[in-house]
Design a protein around this ligand. Structure first.
Ligand SMILES: C[S@@+](CC[C@H](N)C(=O)[O-])C[C@H]1O[C@@H](n2cnc3c(N)ncnc32)[C@H](O)[C@@H]1O
Length: 246
């Protein structure tokens, strides 16, 4: 497996909470936390790519024992500096391979973070790594977008997803290997600064197959955390796979 690059170093970590403020309001976070609390059944929760604690901290506040795995020391440092951080244990490592210690009733991977693993092999390894850390009957939850290929005409490889004076966002697709590089041009002073992050987009059905390879079955799939129906028009999904209970 290839050496992983940390795309969330100090400058990104410093700006992360402000950049994601719209996803950190109670209106967005509470349904996520309610959903996860409902699955824990009093057990422990494991967040893969815990970041600065957007979900882990409010979940721990609800009395759930939360453990996070995180690649970026800078993101973990931001989490550790927040009130309540002592309730969230952190393991620095790659969530496709790192073990947090002990077993969990729920593991979760939100905000498209499965796509940070840029090969199919790494995404499959992640499912296998999760199942090895789940209690019997435990659940793995993923929140991820549905690949936006219907917006890409044949022969085109790029799509503009943000266009303003301050920020231009362009996705670059490599359909043959399900690669997607998100380019962000942000205004800094008189010029623009470019940040590009590689992803691997992944289909719901492909995730189901990865779960099956790891010995889990699909239990629920919704369009969002309030359990809205998942349809052909849904732009993202929240899926829950279950480890056998024996
Ligand atoms: C989009 S942020 C999401 C953070 C947090 N889960 C949230 O919802 O705000 C993705 C996080 O996953 C981490 N990450 C990406 N790939 C990782 C990997 N292979 N192993 C561990 N952490 C990883 C990044 O460093 C970053 O903190």
């Amino acid at each position: 497996m290839q050496e992983l690059t940390d795309h969330f170093g100090k400058p990104i970590a410093a700006a992360y909470d402000e950049a994601t403020a719209a996803r950190s309001t109670p209106a967005v976070v509470d349904p996520v936390v309610d959903f996860l609390v409902g699955l824990t059944g009093g057990g422990r929760a494991l967040e893969l790519g815990v970041g600065t604690g957007r979900i882990a901290l409010p979940l721990a506040e609800r009395g759930v024992e939360v453990h996070g795995i995180e690649l970026s020391e800078a993101m973990a440092d931001r989490l550790r500096a927040k009130p309540g951080a002592e309730r969230v244990a952190i393991t620095i490592g790659d969530f496709a391979t790192a073990q947090a210690g002990g077993s969990f009733s729920v593991a979760y991977l939100v905000f498209n973070t499965i796509m940070n693993l840029t090969t199919q092999a790494e995404q499959v390894a992640c499912f296998r790594n999760v199942v090895s850390q789940l209690d019997p009957g435990g659940c793995f939850v993923i929140e991820v977008l549905v690949p936006e290929l219907r917006r890409l005409p044949p022969g085109e490889t790029t799509r503009v997803f943000a266009a303003s004076e301050e920020h231009w966002g362009i996705d670059e697709f490599d359909v043959a290997r399900q690669g997607q590089i998100s380019h962000h041009f942000r205004k800094v002073g008189d010029g623009f600064e470019l940040r590009s992050t590689p992803f691997r987009y992944v289909w719901p059905s492909e995730l189901d197959l990865m779960a099956e390879l790891a010995g889990m079955t699909l239990r629920e799939r919704w369009a969002g955390w309030d359990r809205e129906p998942f349809t052909s028009e849904s732009r993202s999904h929240v899926s829950v796979w279950e480890k056998p209970a024996e």
